[in-house]
Design a binder for this molecule. Structure first.
Ligand code: UVW
Length: 305
């Protein structure tokens, strides 16, 4: 934890946007960043980056996370005449972390403090009183940049345990002729999601994965990235770089930097299209649901090229 504490202190954004701030690095998404994002739309092609929500999702029960349960609560119900108005209604019951998701800034912490010094006791069985997902309610609407590290490495997908370092991010920028700038959302493709989507191997997808190493936190901080997402369940590499310190990247990014993490983003078709036309930036519309006190949100992010 000492390395986490030291790096956390070095990269801390506490107080940067005021003592009451709950949005963290989303503050980098200024109106001019949004205008630049809309200017990156050229063809109008749209890509859905969300996994379907259903019983056939990726969850294996880890940490009490189950796949969404979908029920019909009205089936061919009707008013009036038998050949008149009819309707169907339904209910979805799901862990907010079940599939494609953003983590709120109340999701993880250490030393009893959440982002911006908020006491961890503000999260109760009623949810997060501070740093909850509603604080992201203007959503993530910004320029997205996809860096394809599997492509960089010349493989279909990176193996579990592969540590993505700042050098990989910069090499991908050079190879793709794109640069991550202040206020961008960075999407990192590992290809690992195909372990689930193509091979239906949930255990293989969820238990170990390639991902960002802790060094990348400094790079994301320097580039003023607003949000970072990958196609894996944890964003960061598992097995952890130091087995004694689980999820260090989560701790520094979320708790110290106020940087939200996006998980299980489906990037396959988007990456193919970017490869085809050489355009690796786009408008990313990835709004959070306004779940009161939520510490995460499911979503269907859209990339518009
Ligand atoms: C944890 O595993 C705690 O978080 P995440 O779903 O963000 O990886």
């Amino acid at each position: 934890m000492e390395r986490v504490r030291r790096l956390g202190q070095e990269l801390s954004n506490w107080g940067r946007w005021g003592a009451d701030d709950q949005r963290g690095t989303l503050n980098f998404i200024t109106p001019s960043v949004v205008r630049r994002a809309t200017a990156s739309v050229r063809s109008g092609r749209v890509f859905s980056l969300g996994l379907p929500l259903g019983a056939d999702g990726p969850q294996i029960g880890q940490g009490g996370r189950v796949n969404p349960l979908h029920f019909m609560t009205a089936l061919h119900a009707g008013y009036g005449s038998p050949d008149g108005f009819h309707y169907n209604d339904d209910v979805l019951l799901l862990p907010l972390q079940a599939a494609t998701q953003w983590d709120s800034l109340a999701h993880v912490y250490y030393d009893d403090r959440l982002y911006n010094g908020v006491p961890s006791s503000t999260v109760t069985s009623a949810g997060a009183a501070r740093n909850g997902i509603e604080a992201m309610s203007e959503g993530v609407l910004t320029r997205g940049v996809l860096l394809d590290i599997a492509r960089l490495e010349g493989v279909e997908r990176l193996p579990p345990g592969f540590v993505i370092r700042p050098e990989h991010l910069e090499a991908a920028e050079r190879a793709q002729q794109v640069r991550v700038e202040s206020g961008d959302a960075l999407l990192v493709r590992t290809g690992h999601i195909t372990v689930f989507t193509r091979e239906q191997n949930r255990e293989g997808y969820m238990r170990q994965m390639p991902g960002l190493g802790l060094d990348c936190a400094r790079w994301l901080h320097a580039r003023e990235v607003a949000a970072v997402a990958t196609d894996t369940n944890a964003v960061e590499v598992i097995p952890f770089e130091d087995p004694a310190t689980p999820l260090p990247f989560h701790l520094v990014c979320i708790r110290d930097m106020g940087l939200t993490l996006g998980e299980m983003f489906y990037l396959e078709e988007l990456a193919q299209d970017c490869e085809r036309d050489g355009q690796w930036s786009f408008l990313l519309a990835a709004p959070a649901l306004k779940v009161r006190g939520g510490v995460g949100t499911p979503l269907n992010p859209l990339a518009v090229k």
